[in-house]
Structure formats: C-alpha cells, structure tokens
Design a protein around this ligand. Structure first.
Ligand SMILES: Nc1nc2c(ncn2[C@@H]2O[C@H](COP(=O)(O)OP(=O)(O)OP(=O)(O)O)[C@@H](O)[C@H]2O)c(=O)[nH]1
Ligand SMILES: [Mg+2]
Length: 372
C-alpha cells in the first residue's frame, strides 16, 4: 500500500510565500514519483527558522496531531534537516520524517538501473545518512530494506556505523574501477564530435534524444526518469567526423550535494562534450529560475564555459505567441521546438551541424580530460 504523506514547507516572509507554494507543488511531484500518496501540504511562515525544529516546536505538535488524526505515515520537509533537527522532530511527531534530499535520493534509488547508477546512489545515501544515525528509529532498518522495525541500541549503532563506513569505501573503490574503464573507452572516442543534452528534470531531454537518434530511452511525465548517461550516434551529413549525442540525468533546484558528487562520472559526458544542448521547458511558470538552476549546476560541475545552445521545448503548450517572441529576444540564438509535435528538429540539427563545422581542428585534437 502507498504511504500517506504530509508535506511541510517554510517561508521566511509573506513575499516568499508564493515561491514556497510552487516549491511545494514540485515537492508533491517528487513525493509521487517516490511512490507516496500526498495527503496535504502545510506552509508555515516564520521570520527565522528554528535551529532546533526548523518549523517551531508548536507547529511540530500540530503536525503530530494531524498525523494521528489522519493516519499519516510520513512527513516530508521541503528543506534539508540537520541531524539534530531530524532527531528532535522525530521525537515529537513520531512518524517517519524525510527531507528534500532524502526524497530525491529515494527516487534516484528506485530509478537506478545500471550497476554504476546503483552504486552512485547508494554511496550518496550512505554519506548523507551516516551523521543522521543516532536515535533514528526507522533509519537503519531502511538501510537494510524494509520499514518499521525498532531502532537499534547504542552498541549496535557503533557496529552499524563501522559497517556503513566499510561499505562506503567499497563503493568508492568500485566507482573508481568503473571510471577507469570509462576512461579507456573515452580514448577511443577522441575523434568524434560530442554533443550532450542537459537541463532541468522532465523538460524533454530523452524525448529529443529518442527523436534525433531513433533510440527508445524511457520517457515519462515524472522527475528523474533518466539516471544513466546514454550515448548514441547522431547522423548529420556533411561533417568530417561522426557525432554522438548523450542524454543525462536531469537537474533540480537544491540538488543534493552528495548526489552531484557521486554522479560526477555520469555527468562527465557534459564535461567532455564539444557542445551542450540546454533543454528548457518553456511552458513552466518558473522557467527563468530553472534556467538559473541549470546554469548553477553546470558551474558546479565545471561546465560553465562550454559552448551551449538553449533549446526551448514544449512550445506546443504555449498559447500566447508573444511569450516565444519575448524569449527569443532575451535569449538570441536559441531554438524553439516541440519534441512532441516533432517541430523545429531540423532547425536544431542544422544549428548543431553549423556549430560543429566551425569548430577549429585544434580543438578536436586536444587531449581527453582526465576527470572532473
Ligand atoms: N507537451 C509536450 N510534452 C513533451 C514535449 N517533449 C517532452 N514532453 C513530455 O515531457 C515529459 C518528460 O519528458 P522526458 O523526455 O522524459 O524528459 P527528461 O528531460 O528526459 O526527464 P528526466 O529524465 O526525468 O529528467 C514526458 O511526459 C514527455 O512526453 C513537448 O514538446 N511537448
Ligand atoms: Mg530523461
């Protein structure tokens, strides 16, 4: 049976309120993608977050009552909780408590298919959970799978902590081995043009990838369908070298730091690309903020100065043509497409081709980058 979830957001001023309400919408999408049934969203406006409880003790008791009355299984916070906040809230609310980072990691864990993705997610989860072990009733049981058993005693905690540390070292080593193999493959690919799709999650990257390379990567209307970097040949005539196109994991606001760190190898396809295609869902109400989020993540993974084409997708959802006009004025040289209606794809291919044609050859012969 699906877990019944209560979502909790916090705004630090009433001005912040709208923004936080939209974030709660996104949190609901994330919760559903993780398999929960969203019962209700609660927003608290508070000038300053409470260092001990995030939301304030009174509110925590209120939440406890709601949980009891409506049979809520899990309370999901839109902010990340420090280990002590988590502990304090769990004591009062007496329900499973999940923060934004853990929720995103849960989805990643459920969607991971390849060995590499599985290792990357598990590593991120363990690193995040290690400092949050003490006093956490449900946590360790979840590490071993299966929810609901009681928390371990202090002695067992020590043993578990040691075991987790050992597991972390093992996973880190396995990732290094995978990276080494990848490095070998990379060397073979030096004489190929590399183009990589990046962007916020659920913007249509995989749909575009499938259309341009006639592949069949899973496309779904939910965040984080794609976790693995898939690379396929992109047929473009009139170029001296072959072109490959890669699809990547999507980005999100406040992307958990541990996830970026452990997905560095997967995100490496962005770093080694000759050209990035930044796919944007033009129909989203917070499109500009999302463009910013993607730029920030690109900076974090050292791709800020990569050549990039902005690809505004989902124009079929735009009723007012002025919106497209405005974006094209603000972002000249960008492309407007509808992957769904297969509109604008020829133009996109032309743009890619023109860009690659004009690449200086010296650029092509550079040494492959070691790693991020
Ligand atoms: N209306 C409309 N929907 C689209 C368009 N392109 C993609 N979609 C839909 O948007 C949703 C997400 O598409 P994906 O291709 O999975 O997006 P993604 O960027 O790969 O998402 P993640 O891998 O989850 O980060 C799916 O339901 C697609 O059918 C478009 O041009 N118009
Ligand atoms: Mg995808």
């Amino acid at each position: 049976m699906k877990e019944k979830a209560l979502l909790v957001g916090i705004a630090e001023s009433s001005l912040d309120r709208w923004r936080e309400l939209e974030r709660l919408e996104e949190l609901a999408l994330l919760a559903r993608a993780a398999g929960a049934d969203v019962f209700e969203k609660i927003l608290q406006i508070r000038n300053k977050v409470d260092p001990a409880y995030l939301i304030g003790k009174g509110k925590a008791y209120e939440i406890r009552d709601i949980c009891q009355e409506y049979g809520i299984d899990v309370v999901i916070f839109d902010r990340d909780l420090s280990p002590s906040q988590l502990r304090n809230l769990e004591k009062i609310i007496e329900r499973k408590i999940v923060d934004r980072t853990e929720l995103i990691m849960d989805i990643f864990a459920q969607h991971a298919r390849t060995n590499e993705a599985k290792i990357q997610v598990e590593l991120a989860q363990l690193l995040y959970r290690l400092p949050r072990l003490v006093g956490r009733g449900t946590l360790l049981s979840r590490l071993g799978g299966g929810i609901g058993t009681r928390g371990p005693g202090e002695k067992k905690l020590e043993v578990d902590r040691r075991k987790i540390k050992e597991r972390i070292s093992r996973l880190e080593k396995e990732l290094k081995d995978i990276e080494r193999t990848r490095e070998l493959h990379r060397k073979h690919r030096r004489n190929i043009y590399k183009v990589t799709l990046v962007g916020y999650t659920n913007t249509g990257k995989s749909t575009i990838m499938n259309l341009l390379t006639k592949s069949s990567i899973k496309v779904e209307d939910q965040p984080f369908s794609t976790l693995d970097a898939t690379t396929r040949i992109l047929y473009l005539e009139g170029l001296p070298r072959r072109v490959v196109l890669s699809d990547t994991v999507g980005f999100i606001e406040d992307i958990p730091h541990h996830l970026i760190a452990s997905f560095k190898a997967t995100l490496g396809v962005a770093k080694e690309a000759d050209l990035l295609l930044h796919v944007i869902d033009i129909s989203h109400p917070r499109v500009k903020e999302r463009i910013q989020v993607v730029r920030q993540v690109l900076q974090e993974i050292s791709c800020k100065d990569k050549p990039l084409i902005m690809v505004f997708n989902k124009i079929d959802l735009i009723i007012e043509p002025k919106i497209i006009e405005r974006f094209s004025e603000e972002f000249p040289n960008s492309i407007f497409i509808s992957a769904k209606l297969e509109q604008g794809l020829m133009e996109l291919k032309e743009e890619i081709k023109n860009f690659l044609k004009n690449l200086p050859d010296a650029e092509r012969n550079r040494k492959p980058l070691k790693s991020l």
